[in-house]
Write a protein that binds this ligand. Sequence first.
Ligand SMILES: [Zn+2]
Length: 222
Amino acid sequence: MKLDLHLHSFRSSDSINRPKTIIHLARKKKIDISITDHNSIRSWKELVSLGKKAGVKVVQGEEIKVFDENKNCIGEILGLFMNEFVKPKFYLEVIDELREQDALISVSHPFDFLRHDFKLLKTEFKKVDCIEGFNSRCYADSFNEKAKSFAEFHGIPMTAGSDAHFPEEIGMAFTEVKTDSLEDARKLLKKGKSTLHGKRSSMMVHIKTFFAKNGFFKPKNY
Ligand SMILES: [Zn+2]
């Protein structure tokens, strides 16, 4: 199974991906997906239902902003295999709430200091299950390389995802696991029995994100 484990829909203010478009392209590219909108689960229902009809497996996820004791943003946690919404808040509370629902906890682009790097990773990595070893939206290869070598050094399992905000990015990166079942995929990911694949997106997607945030694009249906 090839899982793009980091993907946004138009329910993230900086993405234009319609659920229909996501499922159409996932099916075309023969991948399964996780929907990880910024602090939102509003696309879960629609994507799970469209996915069922199209034969695309959908993991319910969320990209959650986390804060330190002084309410400074210290990064983003990627919750995967979730059942309930988790609000952005103090990072330990987010981790606790994800544990309560038996979610798989990864860290988005942990060394990408141009976006939200996870500033406490070096001391807190034992509290998460995985870190993102490849994210197609990292501006520099070195951010992904740093994540990968950190994970390898400490024996932390890794996830990969496109972080797609636009249709052309869907499936640019994926995590491969040797199973057809999502439940087994979760177990294999937790054990680190997965391989990462991916290419970096072009600089153009970052320029488009700026315009999307400012309402210049309309979601496109396929
Ligand atoms: Zn993201």
